[in-house]
Design a protein around this ligand. Structure first.
Ligand code: GDP
Length: 426
């Protein structure tokens, strides 16, 4: 609740029709906006001059009767209309209740419900695109496709159990095995996504590392354009990890400044170093910052090998740029004047876009990952047994794990397939 030009009140459930009739004096045609004067059914007070919509079940967001009141967005208008509705016996929705009802009424699957939450929380373009894609059902289609294939294979296995006198012909047995192996490798390929979807949802980790006093905090501040980290001329002041969330070309980045990497007897600083190392190891991309006056410090970057480290020579406002002499690709900047920082951000943005511009839908939550790992484990286990009953049970577990992702957990599907593929009654 706040102050706005327009506030939309959404009413869902069996009483929506009665509430709209009583307040607006009639129902507009379905899905057509009409201007109506809203009147308090008790006392006849005019509450607002509003736009109203009517979505009869099942063609509504929740699958139930839904009415929408587009009101003037003041607290007083909202309060009076809500009071009138409360007197009719309506109550406020619980958090997520509209989406929950939509799920229960089969309007969307669990993945789409999660996508709605992600869309509402999206802070960058890439997050918005990923959530919309999931809402569109692309991810659900992949999982449902796998589940259908598994269910079909299970149905064949079940048939072998139900009619033991008719042994499964070896070529069918081979086909089941081959198809299962194919499915397992597809799911494993999907799992081997370097957690890109989850990282896109939560923010891509970039760590600033390097020796003390190289200007790491200054760089973070320059990038964040605010004083998120404390800079100081005394080495070793950044004793913890400081994070700043930034939007880099539409991608969510969590930039972390880590404590100076140097050996010291100070226990607190040692702890800072340990955390810095841990954080840097976890990061997708590392910016190794060193003082351009001490290029030998860059040699320390050998601690961080790999293409995911960008070497940054800082303080080129003080010393002539000597990076050309180094045997590495180095980006020269000055955190103080800002020189070179835009170029650094452009390079960083390019690397992120290369990795995270996703052509195929990827899994976005640990919940999906766990379920898929269970599927693979169950199917792998099924390979190790020759007993059809045990094998079928492993398949059943796998089908159930897959179903949990989208929220479909019934066995009716299985019966449908059995009766469709086999003429059991013949
Ligand atoms: P950190 O220990 O790596 O986080 O380094 P700080 O960001 O705290 O910087 C250490 C000192 O170097 C501070 O006094 C900064 O003002 C100074 N400093 C950082 N970057 C630059 C720069 O580009 N040019 C100059 N002249 N000084 C800088």
């Amino acid at each position: 609740m706040g102050r706005a030009a327009v506030a939309v009140l959404r009413i869902s459930g069996p009483d929506a029709r009665r509430a709209l009739l009583l307040l607006a004096g009639g129902l507009p045609p379905p899905r057509v906006a009409q201007r109506r004067r809203l009147v308090d059914p008790q006392g006849g007070d005019v509450l607002d001059d509003a736009l109203v919509l009517w979505f009869p079940a099942p063609r509504s967001a929740t699958g139930e009767n839904v009415a929408e009141l587009h009101l003037h967005g003041s607290r007083a208008v909202l309060a009076s209309v809500m009071q009138a509705l409360a007197r009719l016996g309506l109550r406020l929705a619980e958090p997520g209740e509209f989406t929950r009802r939509a799920f229960l009424n089969g309007k969307l699957d669990l993945l789409q419900a999660e996508a709605i939450a992600d869309l509402a929380a999206a802070e960058t373009e890439a997050q918005r695109r990923q959530a919309l894609r999931q809402l569109g059902g692309e991810l659900g289609d992949i999982y449902r496709g796998w589940r259908d294939r598994l269910t079909r294979l299970l149905a064949h296995l079940e048939a072998a159990i139900d009619f033991p006198e008719e042994d499964l012909p070896p070529e069918i047995e081979d086909r089941i095995l081959g198809e299962t192996e194919g499915l397992v490798s597809e799911i494993e390929g999907h799992l081997a996504d370097a957690h890109r979807g989850e990282r896109l949802r939560d923010g891509i980790d970039v760590a600033i590392v390097g020796p003390p006093n190289a200007g790491k905090s200054s760089l973070l501040n320059r990038i964040a354009r605010r004083d998120a980290a404390i800079t100081s001329p005394v080495p070793g002041t950044t004793r913890d990890v400081i994070e700043v969330a930034i939007d880099l070309g539409g991608y969510p980045i969590v930039l972390a400044d880590t404590a100076g990497l140097r050996d010291s007897g100070d226990a607190i600083e040692q702890e800072g170093k340990r955390r810095a190392l841990q954080r840097a190891e976890r990061a997708e991309i590392r910016l190794f910052v060193f003082d351009a006056a001490h290029p030998a410090e860059a040699a320390g970057s050998s601690v961080w090998p790999g293409a995911d480290t960008i070497l940054v020579a800082n303080k080129i406002d003080l010393v002539p740029d000597a990076s050309a002499d180094l045997p590495y690709d180095v980006l020269s900047i000055s955190a103080l004047t800002g020189e070179g920082v835009d170029k650094l951000l452009a390079i960083l943005g390019e690397r992120v876009a290369q990795t995270y511009c996703l052509a195929t839908p990827v899994l976005t939550r640990a919940r999906h990952r766990e379920a898929l790992e269970e599927v693979v484990a169950s199917l792998r286990r099924s390979f190790s047994t020759a007993l059809p009953e045990l094998r079928a049970e492993d398949f059943r577990l796998a089908v159930r794990s897959l179903g949990r992702i989208t929220g479909a957990v019934d066995v009716e599907d299985l019966l449908d397939v059995i009766f469709r593929d086999f003429c059991i009654g013949k």
